[in-house]
Structure formats: structure tokens, C-alpha cells
Write a protein that binds this ligand. Structure first.
Ligand code: F6P
Length: 324
């Protein structure tokens, strides 16, 4: 193996840069050239590639985002788009591809592996932490810390005014950020896409609180993908049914995805970068790096395609006790 390509795809995640740096260094130590592919699969379709060196990637561990940029490529989803992508791989004589991203990105890697027999390896990178087979995905720790710091601040002003705040956090289909930030901040209520019936419970709480002689602040953390709707929708219903509450909404949005990665994201990113390159050099293809039962392991990409992640049941139990 002489040349390994690397791309980041889907939503960027803090820790991707630490991972890229580790890939480049591991390649260099093994006399393998590392080629950076820019803008995810788009870069393969359009031919945006450039060699990455130990010098050009020095110091990137501490940077948020991804130096390779990222995209969600529609063209790559077509047969024609993937054929163009593989032509680029041939043209640049890339022997294997590392894809850092979430489940959509892994599907792309699988397609290249099955359709063109390309050796691929995935590295989980998404703030949502919603991949089967791994307890962790790069970016999650930084995103939860970002959310936690923002909610702590909102709590100060909520207390000062005795207001009800609905704070919306990211997680298109998953409640990991909501669950963990709610526990970390001692929120009163949490809305998760994986749980039903929360609105009824929330209204019951508001009914009870509205009878109390002294007003207090209330904080509800809402995952953006919750089935009851987003924070604005829930707030509108609250305003209609409980006008006595002074209700405010804050959507944390993309602030959660930015910033310098935490120690956890840098170190796991670096470990997975080394593991990914060494696996390819040992002819282990068609896997992704994962952290499960306290160990860094490889999981088959094909297995992941047929399974869904699960929530931490003990933490779900704890949140039931810790919220109102
Ligand atoms: O990367 C995952 C994620 O941040 C989700 O939590 C969120 O729903 C989505 O990406 C937002 O995507 P975009 O940046 O394309 O708006």
C-alpha cells in the first residue's frame, strides 16, 4: 500500500483534525503517502485533492471544524457520481480510503467497497453520537460541553427572572446531546426523540408549578429531533395553555459544533487515526474504529448498516430520577 486517501464527510465534528493529523503521521512513519480529499465525497467527484504532510498538518489538533472541509454530496449518491469518484481514486492511485463521518458517510464508504472493491476504513465522527457498535463518536464530548456551558449561563438569567426556558440542542434523530447536557446542568425536563409522552408529563408539571405560591425558574432541554416538535412549537403550546409562565426559547444550534476540541475528542481522534492506518496496512478493510466496553476495536461496516444505536439505559433511568 503506497497511498491512502482521507476525507471528512457529513456534519463536521471537533476532533476530526486531531484524527487527520494522526493519520498523516502514521502514514509517514510507514512510508505511505497521505492524500487529503476536500469537501467530502464531493472532492472525489470533482477532483479536489492534495497531498497532506506532517509539516502541513502541524498544530491542527487544537482546531475545531475540519481542515479538509466537508459536504453532503448529492451527486455521489448516484451511480454516475460514484463512478466519477472511483475514476478520481484511480487517477490519483489511491490504494485505500479512510472516511471520517457518521452513518451516511459510512454508507458511501460501503458503496465504494462493494461496487469497486476499494479497501475502506471508517472513523466515527459526528456530534450526535448515534452510531451502532460504538459508545463514542468524535465531537460528542466537545458538543455536550458547549451545550452545558451555554445552558449554565441561561440558568443564571432564568433564575434572575423566574422564567421558563426551552433550550433546543442539536441531534437530528438522537437525544444523546440533550440527555447528557440535561443531566450535566440539572435541567428540570428533557425531551428526547427516543422517548414518547414527555409533553403530557411536562404539562402536568406546569399545572402543579402554577399552583405554587412562589415562582421559580424552569429549564427544559429539547433535542431538535423530538417528536413533540421543536422548542418553538412546544413554547407556543405552553404560552397558550399556561400564559402565567414567562416563557423564552433559546436554540443553541451550530455553536455546539464549533470550538477547540476537548481532550477526549483530541485523544480518541488521534488513537483512531493510528488504528485506522495500521488496520489498512494489516489488510483489515471494511471496518470502522469504535470504542466499546472500554476498548478501542474494529466493527464491520456491513454489520452497522443493519443495526441502530441504542441509548444508555442506565443514564435514561438516572434522568428520570434527576428531572422533575
Ligand atoms: O452533525 C450532526 C448535526 O449537527 C445534527 O445534530 C444536526 O441536525 C445537523 O447536523 C445539522 O446539519 P447542518 O449543519 O447541515 O444544518
Amino acid at each position: 500500500m503506497n497511498r491512502i486517501g482521507v476525507l471528512t464527510s457529513g456534519g463536521d465534528a471537533p476532533g476530526m483534525n486531531a484524527c487527520i493529523r494522526a493519520i498523516v503521521k502514521t502514514c509517514a512513519k510507514n512510508n505511505v503517502e497521505c492524500i487529503g480529499i476536500f469537501e467530502g465525497y464531493n472532492g472525489l467527484v470533482e477532483g479536489f485533492l492534495s497531498p497532506l504532510t506532517v509539516e502541513s498538518t502541524k498544530g491542527i489538533e487544537k482546531l475545531g471544524g475540519t481542515i479538509l472541509k466537508t459536504a453532503r454530496s448529492e451527486e455521489f449518491k448516484t451511480d454516475q457520481g460514484r463512478a466519477k469518484a472511483f475514476e478520481t481514486i484511480r487517477e490519483y492511485e489511491i490504494d485505500a480510503l479512510i472516511v471520517i463521518g457518521g452513518d451516511g458517510s459510512f454508507k458511501g464508504a460501503q458503496a465504494l467497497m462493494h461496487e469497486f472493491d476499494l479497501p475502506v476504513l471508517g472513523i466515527p465522527g459526528t456530534i450526535d453520537n448515534d452510531l451502532y457498535g460504538t459508545d463514542y463518536t468524535l465531537g460528542f464530548d466537545t458538543a455536550v460541553n458547549n451545550a452545558m456551558q451555554a445552558i449554565d449561563k441561561i440558568m443564571d438569567t432564568a433564575e434572575a427572572h423566574n422564567r421558563l426556558f426551552l433550550v433546543e440542542v442539536m441531534g437530528r434523530d438522537s437525544g444523546h446531546i440533550a440527555l447528557n447536557s440535561a443531566v450535566a446542568c440539572g435541567a428540570d425536563v428533557v425531551f428526547l426523540p427516543e422517548v414518547d409522552g414527555e409533553l403530557k408529563q411536562f404539562f402536568a408539571l406546569l399545572k402543579q408549578r402554577s399552583k405554587e405560591p412562589v415562582a421559580h425558574a424552569l429549564i427544559a432541554v429539547v433535542a431538535e429531533g423530538d417528536s413533540e416538535g421543536n422548542a418553538f412549537k412546544i413554547a407556543n403550546r405552553v404560552r397558550t395553555l399556561f400564559p402565567e409562565f414567562d416563557t423564552r426559547v433559546t436554540v443553541l444550534g451550530h455553536t455546539q459544533r464549533g470550538g477547540s476540541p476537548t481532550q477526549r475528542d483530541r485523544v480518541i481522534g488521534a488513537r483512531w487515526g493510528v488504528l485506522a492506518v495500521e488496520s489498512l496496512l494489516n489488510k483489515k478493510y471494511g471496518y470502522y474504529t469504535a470504542f466499546a466496553k472500554g476498548k478501542h476495536i474494529l466493527v464491520s461496516l456491513d454489520k452497522a448498516a443493519n443495526h441502530k444505536y441504542s441509548m444508555d439505559k442506565d443514564l435514561l433511568h438516572a434522568v428520570n430520577i434527576l428531572t422533575e
